[in-house]
Design a protein around this ligand. Structure first.
Ligand SMILES: Nc1ncnc2c1ncn2[C@@H]1O[C@H](COP(=O)(O)OP(=O)(O)O)[C@@H](O)[C@H]1O
Ligand SMILES: [Mg+2]
Length: 1018
């Protein structure tokens, strides 16, 4: 630690101390000062400072000037005869005061204590004990509770000062803000984290976030190098709050490995629920950690029985996971102590303490306010170096206002008109405010407002300085805060309703002007002002931005809550905007619900949007909403299709050919995916695609392109489909649509499966499942695809087990969701084949029948594909059972439906089973004709997962015809395909072994000399 004059630079907490007082200095100003002090022996150029303090950003050199001004102000330096910083015009600065290495002796700090604290010895001692335990790696969760003004913050401050002197700590504070709860997720945590992140050199917080908390790292984009952003973006898509919470805990635990971390969260009665999740997790985790989480709140503000903070604290107390330190009001003896500390050696009557105690009721804030008021009014005055009471004690009482509020009112009325005006506006701006945000009537410049605030601060009236901060537009502005929230309230309450809302509107407008597009970090605050300012249209717009902020923090539930709140404001918005605002809100709610996997709620939101479009005569709104109802396909395909068809009909009359083509593609596409395959519908999609490509260079929108790619895939065009699907994998520079991303993953995995690229498929599946588990969301799409793959490689038991873990766990959200129909169907198919292998034909046929029965298996995504597979299963059962009649009729039915599609795998399988039934019927000629048609399909399409079966059947037929050479050639062909499929899997992949050892495969693969793998042979 460096010392100069009465100051100490504390690099750990990045703050400046004057004696024992923490001097408020903005973070950048601190960095500038530290740099100057570190190089006190020489002149430091502007450029050097810019490079040291803003290494990665371009900053206007004027800013350095601003900060040096701020530092000078704080140090009390004069520019004409500087004692600290000397300016060399156009060259730079030099720190000229003598600099010493600070001693570790803290006794001077104790002595120089500025804020007097009385009557808190026991509470303070408890805090110290907690700190001791935390130094032994026992995490400490502490709630300091009490009424406003009782002295919570004062106690915490005193403790921190003492603790910082005792051990090398990392201290970070986060303040909850009234009205932000639920609108600004994790607000205080982010604020505190921001403090921990300050400091450029060897700060372990940044690497800890990189390593353990990428979801939090993305909240600080300036820390992420441009080339790493895309990877980070992908890695955090669809994160849930469980992951966010876990990561911040892990990161804090890492950061606290050497120096303990003290995290202070102030005024938790205004907290958001996401932050409470972090508090709860930090308290419940078991790992040893040098963490102190110190929270303050007012119990009276959380009395409602089900208040989550109250519930949380009670639960933690019950399990001995936290400590509560309730602060009582001060006693009369404490007041006496206070008086003798404030007025040392004074000659005050003994009854004064009792009088002040009686009036203040022991409330510390009221007590100090009464004392200050007495000094202001000269009731207590210094006379010849001694403080005395200037009138008789009996005459003092009538002058003391009965309540703090009255006292503050009286103080307020003694201020000048301009002071009153500025304070009133400031009280609207908030507990802590930027001079820039404060408006005034009549109009004063920011400098004039700042002077007034500064004067009030110096006189310790209502305000105190809160340093300088850089605003998002790059300007630096002085901040002030009310001495206590009750001071702000007292001023705010004096305003009339009309005046209040007018000023809120003005402040909202000022803040909004600060936010350049794309910088919306103030959205929640702005929304609050506009709402209180009765400017509802603006409030709704800002709430939408606040909801986006929440979503960017993966707090989708919070995002929905904000949007729902915005919905309640819609009836107050301007009539002509209402419908559009409402529609927009529902659409965003729908999107957030989709992210959460709440398909029913998602569809409900889009339906509400559609209803709003219809009600208000906005057909394009309705068309848009209906187009989003594709998720309905997951719940009730017929309703999804009906919605898409209505969109087509509506858009036909709107004179917007692009919109119309889009809806046509969507409607025909959903019929193909969710109902059945029809050639006409494919033609419609194809011509819609051509129209879209002709109408605009952007061509087919991503969402529609994903659907189109699925249709390409269903016709065996895997390479083309994979190329289209790549567009749906998000990169960092575009907003991510989960729906597009989901569709892209869905299509890619199926295309890889059908083209026999099992290894690649498994890699995507495993990475996807790992990522989903890390993010805390449901890996259903990957589980489905793996189950499908297992069926294809004949691991029916594995497929069934996998599906059952997905559908039968009551805890998975999926089990309740309609998309569970797909794994249930795959499970039935797998069971059917497993029973078939065991020769249990009746059981096997029952499973296949269930798939075919719409009462047991309602429609779902590509249900027709699975029903046809069940049909095939049935004919295989009867063939094996020797019931040729049934085998024949099921095979015929299967072929007919297969040929009604454009799916080459189904075609080939259709001919293959025909050939096998014909062989069983000893109809050699028929068998020959059928299998040749199957082989013809293989000429046109690369469908390896089915090809080997066709070759095997052909080989079998040749064998029966005693054409042994041709039989062997076909067997070898089948074997090559099988080995290529197996070879696409890693050599140690268990699926590879199980595939090669499955009966139908063993029949065509020749045993090899031991010691050489299939891959080596090729
Ligand atoms: N123990 C104390 N001794 C003396 N003054 C105190 C004490 N506690 C609080 N105060 C005074 O009361 C004011 C309000 O206290 P504060 O800690 O901000 O209350 P809270 O955080 O509980 O609302 C402080 O600014 C300080 O001047
Ligand atoms: Mg407080």
């Amino acid at each position: 630690m460096k010392e100069f004059d009465a100051f100490r630079l504390d690099p750990v907490n990045r703050c400046l101390w004057r004696g024992d007082e923490r001097v408020t200095l903005g973070p950048k100003a601190f960095d500038v000062l530290r740099y100057l002090v570190q190089h006190a022996d020489r002149l430091v150029t502007h450029q050097e400072i810019l490079e040291a303090v803003w290494p990665d950003t371009h900053v206007n050199p004027e800013v350095v000037k601003k900060y040096v001004l701020e530092i000078r102000k704080v140090l009390g330096d004069r520019s004409n005869r500087p004692t600290f910083i000397e300016t060399f015009p156009r060259r730079g600065y030099q720190f000229v005061a003598p600099v010493r290495e600070a001693s570790t002796d803290t006794s001077s700090i104790e002595a120089a204590r500025v804020v007097t604290m009385v009557g808190r010895d026991a509470s303070h001692a408890r805090l110290e004990r907690c700190l001791d335990l935390s130094l032994k790696s026992q995490r400490q969760i502490i709630f300091v509770t009490g009424e406003p003004g009782v002295g919570k913050t004062t106690l915490v401050d005193a403790f921190l000062r003492r603790a910082a002197a005792r051990a090398s700590l990392r201290i970070a504070r986060g303040q909850c803000v009234e009205g932000f709860g639920g609108k600004e997720s994790y607000y205080p945590i982010l604020e505190a984290l921001g403090q921990l992140l300050r400091g450029t050199e060897r700060n372990p917080v940044v690497p800890a976030l990189v390593r353990y908390a990428p979801t939090w790292l993305v909240q600080f984009p300036s820390l992420v190098k441009a080339d790493a952003r895309e990877a980070l973006h992908r890695e955090t898509i669809g994160t849930t709050r469980e992951r966010m919470v876990r990561e911040i805990c892990e990161a804090l635990e890492r950061i606290a490995v050497d120096d303990p971390v003290v995290l202070v969260l102030e005024d938790l009665h205004w907290v958001d629920v996401s932050t409470l999740d972090v508090v709860s997790a930090l308290a419940r985790r078991r790992a040893p950690a040098k963490i102190v989480l110190l929270c303050t709140y007012r119990p009276a503000d959380v009395v409602v029985a089900e208040n989550p903070l109250k519930v949380l604290k009670q639960d933690l107390l019950l399990h001995d996971l936290c400590v509560e330190i309730p602060l009582e009001r001060l006693r009369e003896s404490d007041v006496a102590d206070y008086l003798s500390t404030e007025f040392p050696g004074a000659d005050l009557p003994s009854g004064l303490a009792g009088l002040i105690h009686r009036h203040s009721g022991g409330n510390a804030l009221f007590m100090t306010a009464i004392v200050r008021d007495m000094v202001d009014k000269g009731v207590v005055a210094e006379d010849g170096g001694r403080w005395t009471l200037t009138r008789r004690l009996a005459n003092v009482a009538p002058e003391v206002p009965a309540s703090l509020r009255e006292m503050l009112d009286a103080q307020f009325t003694r201020l000048t008109t301009s002071e009153q005006g500025i304070l009133s506006h400031a009280s609207v701006a908030g507990d802590r405010f930027s001079v820039w945000a404060v408006t005034s009537e009549p109009d004063l410049t920011s400098d004039e407002i700042e002077n007034v605030c500064e004067r009030l601060g110096e006189r310790e009236q209502f305000l105190r300085s809160a340093g300088f901060h850089e605003l998002s537009n790059g300007t630096v502005s002085a901040h002030y805060e009310f001495r206590h929230a009750l001071y702000r309230e007292a001023v705010y309450r004096r305003l009339s309703d009309v005046a209040r809302s007018r000023v809120h509107r003005l402040v909202g407008g000022r803040l909004k002007a600060l936010c350049s597009p794309g910088r919306q970090e103030l959205a929640a605050e702005i929304a609050l002002h506009f709402e209180k300012g009765l400017a509802y249209d603006d409030a709704i717009t800002s709430l939408v931005l606040a909801a986006e902020n929440a979503a960017a923090r993966f707090a989708y539930r919070d995002s929905i809550q904000v949007l729902r709140h915005a919905l309640t404001l819609v009836p107050h918005a301007a009539v002509e905007h209402r419908a559009e605002l409402e529609a927009q809100l529902f659409e965003r709610i729908g999107g957030a619900q989709y992210w959460l996997g709440e398909m029913v709620e998602c569809a409900r939101a889009y339906e509400a949007e559609a209803a709003c479009g219809a009600r208000s005569g906005l057909p394009s709104v309705r068309v848009n909403a209906l187009s989003f109802l594709i998720p309905f396909g997951l719940i009730d395909p017929d309703r999804g299709i009906a919605a898409a068809e209505e969109a087509v009909a509506l858009s036909a009359g709107l004179g917007d050919p692009r919109l119309h083509a889009r809806t046509e593609l969507l409607a025909a596409g959903s019929r193909l995916l969710y109902d059945t395959w029809r050639g006409d519908d494919w033609q419609t999609c194809e011509s819609a695609r051509r129209t879209l490509e002709a109408l605009s260079p952007a061509g087919v929108p991503d969402y529609h392109r994903m659907i189109y790619a699925h249709l390409q895939m269903l016709q065996g065009h895997y390479e083309e489909a994979l190329t289209s699907l790549e567009a749906g994998i998000p990169t960092a520079n575009e907003p991510t649509s989960l729906m597009v991303h989901m569709f892209a993953l869905s299509g890619t995995t199926v295309a890889l499966l059908h083209s026999g690229r099992f290894g690649e498929l498994l890699r995507i599946i495993r990475a996807g499942r790992a990522m989903a588990e890390k993010n805390g969301n449901d890996p259903w799409i990957f589980a489905f695809r793996e189950a499908w793959l297992r069926c294809v490689v004949l691991d029916f038991d594995g497929a069934r087990r996998l599906c059952e873990t997905v559908t039968d766990t009551a805890t998975t959200a999926l089990a309740r969701q309609p998309q569970a129909r797909q794994p249930r169907t795959i499970a039935r198919l797998a069971r059917g084949y497993a029973e078939l292998e065991r020769g249990h034909y009746d059981e096997a046929s029952r499973y296949f029948d269930e798939i075919l029965d719409p009462a047991v298996t309602p429609k779902f995504f590509l249900h027709w594909y699975w029903r046809m597979s069940a049909q095939l299963g049935l004919s295989n059962v009867w063939l094996a059972a020797g019931s040729l009649g049934r085998a024949r009729s099921d095979a015929d039915r299967f072929l007919a439906s297969a040929l009604s599609t454009a799916e080459p795998n189904l075609h080939a399988l259709g001919w293959d089973v025909q050939a096998r039934v014909s062989m069983a019927e000893k109809d050699w000629r028929g068998a020959e004709a059928n299998i040749e048609r199957g082989l013809a399909v293989l000429e046109r399409f690369h469908i390896p997962t089915v090809a080997w079966r066709v070759h095997a059947t052909r080989s079998e037929l040749y064998r029966r015809e005693k054409n042994h050479d041709a039989a062997e050639a076909q067997r070898a062909q089948a074997e090559r395909v099988v080995l290529t499929l197996a070879g696409s899997l890693e050599s140690d992949e268990p699926l590879r072994r199980s595939f090669l050892s499955a009966d139908p495969v063993r029949r065509i693969v020749r045993p090899r000399p031991p010691g050489r793998s299939a891959r080596e042979r090729r």
